[in-house]
Design a protein around this ligand. Structure first.
Ligand code: NAD
Length: 368
C-alpha cells in the first residue's frame, strides 16, 4: 500500500511503526490530528490477517477519535494504536512495556488507553514505562470502569432526543428497547426505569438478562431478533456495530435511535439518510457514547468523578446542537455531528495562529 497516499486521503499527521523482536511487539500508532490537543485513543490488540488490514484499521479508528473528541468539546486530538497479535495468547508484561516505551518516545503527542483486546491490567504495564496512558484503575488514581459514565451520557442523549422530538424530555411512560444489557446497557436501564420508562430488553447472554429482570422492575424481555420490531419511542443499541442496515431499517418501529454502540450504521451516509427518510431521529453514536472518553480524559487533570459526570451530562446540549444544525442546514444528524466537529477544529486552529510569545502553563482538557 502506498503509505503516504493513504495518509493524505484522510489527512493523518503521523504514523509510527513499532517493533520489538524479543517480546514480539508489532504495533502501529496513528496520530490523525492534534489541532485541539494531544491525540488520545485506545490501543486495540487484534490478530489482523495482514499488516495492511492493521494499518487501515488504525487510520480509520484514529480519525474517528478526532471527531469524537472535537464534538465532545474536549481539548484532545485523535489517535489510536493497534497491536498485531492474539489477545488470548500473545499478551505479556514485556510486550506492553515495550509498547509503553514507544508511547513515551512520542513525548505526549499520543496518549494511549485500553480498547478492544486490552484491559486495565495491560495499561498498568504500559504505565510502568510512560506517563502518557489513561484508563488506569481507580485504586491507582485512574478513572476505572467507564461504563457508568458512558451510560449516563447515553441517557442524557436519549432525553435530549425525546425533548427534540416531542417538546418534553420526560421519559415517564416512554417505551425504550435496549439491545444488549452488558456493562453500559445495565446502567442505562437503571436510569431509564428510575425515570418511569418502560424498558424492553434483549441480550444473547441469559445471565445478563436475568440480572436486569431481577434488579429492575417491569423490564420486558424479548428474543434478540425481535428487538428491531418492538414498537417503541427509542431504540437503544448497546451491543454491537452495523446493526442499522438494509435488513433492519424496514423492521424498525421506533421514533428515535439512540444508544451506546460504536459504528451503528453499516453505511454511514446511506443508512443515516434511510433513517431520516423514515422519520427516525438518529443520535450520532460517537457523540452519544462519548461519556467513556470524557471519563478517561479527566484522568489527565487528576481524576475527579463529579467533574467527569458533569461533563458527560453535557452530551444533552451537544446532541441538541447537532439536531439544530441538521434542521437548519437540511442535512442528516450524522453529517451535522461531523460538521460540528470539523468547524470546532477549524475555529480553534485559526486562533492558534495568533502568536502569544509564551505558551500557557496549563490547559484545560475539557471545555464543556
Ligand atoms: P458489553 O460487552 O459489556 O455488553 C454488550 C452486551 O451485548 C453483552 O451483554 C452481550 O451479551 C450483548 N450482545 C452481544 N451481541 C448481541 C446480540 N446480537 N443481541 C443482543 N445482545 C447482544 O459491552 P459494553 O461495554 O456494555 O458496550 C456496549 C457497546 O457500547 C459496545 O458497542 C461498545 O463498543 C460501546 N461503547 C462502550 C463504552 C463503555 O464505556 N463501555 C464506551 C463507548 C462505546
Amino acid at each position: 500500500m502506498p503509505v503516504f497516499e493513504e495518509l493524505s486521503k484522510k489527512d493523518h499527521e503521523q504514523v509510527i511503526f513499532c517493533q520489538d523482536q524479543d517480546s514480539g511487539l508489532k504495533a502501529i500508532i496513528a496520530i490523525h490530528d492534534t489541532t485541539l490537543g494531544p491525540a488520545l485513543g485506545g490501543c486495540r490488540m487484534f490478530p489482523y490477517n495482514n499488516e495492511e488490514d492493521a494499518l487501515r484499521d488504525v487510520l480509520r479508528l484514529s480519525r474517528g477519535m478526532t471527531y469524537k473528541s472535537a464534538a465532545a468539546g474536549l481539548n484532545l486530538g485523535g489517535g489510536k494504536a493497534v497491536i498485531i497479535g492474539n489477545p488470548k495468547t500473545d499478551k505479556s508484561e514485556t510486550l506492553f512495556r515495550a509498547y509503553g516505551r514507544f508511547v513515551q518516545g512520542l513525548a505526549g503527542r499520543y496518549i494511549t488507553a485500553e480498547d478492544v483486546g486490552t484491559t486495565v491490567r495491560e495499561m498498568e504495564w504500559v504505565r510502568m514505562e510512560t506517563d502518557y496512558v489513561t484508563g488506569i484503575s481507580r485504586a491507582l488514581g485512574g478513572s476505572g470502569d467507564p461504563s457508568p459514565v458512558t451510560a449516563l451520557g447515553c441517557y442524557e442523549g436519549i432525553k435530549a432526543s425525546v425533548k427534540w422530538q416531542t417538546g418534553n424530555e420526560s421519559l415517564e411512560g416512554k417505551v425504550v428497547a435496549v439491545q444488549g444489557v452488558g456493562a453500559v446497557g445495565y446502567h442505562l436501564v437503571q436510569h431509564l426505569t428510575r425515570d418511569g420508562a418502560k424498558v424492553v430488553a434483549t441480550d444473547i447472554d441469559a445471565e445478563n438478562l436475568r440480572r436486569i429482570a431481577t434488579d429492575f422492575r417491569g423490564v420486558e424481555v424479548v428474543a434478540p431478533e425481535a428487538i428491531y420490531g418492538v414498537p417503541c419511542d427509542v431504540f437503544a443499541p448497546c451491543a454491537m456495530g452495523a446493526i442499522i442496515n438494509d435488513d433492519t431499517i424496514p423492521m424498525l418501529k421506533c421514533g428515535i435511535v439512540a444508544g451506546s454502540s460504536n459504528n451503528q450504521l453499516a453505511d454511514e451516509e446511506k443508512h443515516a439518510a434511510a433513517l431520516d427518510k423514515k422519520g427516525i431521529l438518529y443520535a450520532p453514536d460517537y457523540v452519544i457514547n462519548a461519556g467513556g472518553l470524557i471519563n478517561v480524559a479527566n484522568e489527565l487533570e487528576g481524576y475527579n468523578r463529579e467533574r467527569a459526570v458533569q461533563q458527560a451530562a453535557s452530551i444533552y446540549n451537544i446532541v441538541t446542537t447537532i439536531y439544530q444544525i441538521a434542521r437548519d442546514e437540511k442535512i442528516t444528524t450524522n453529517r451535522a455531528a461531523n460538521a460540528l466537529a470539523e468547524r470546532r477544529i477549524a475555529r480553534i486552529g485559526r486562533i492558534k495562529g495568533t502568536f502569544t510569545g509564551t505558551q500557557p502553563q496549563k490547559r484545560g482538557r475539557g471545555i464543556i
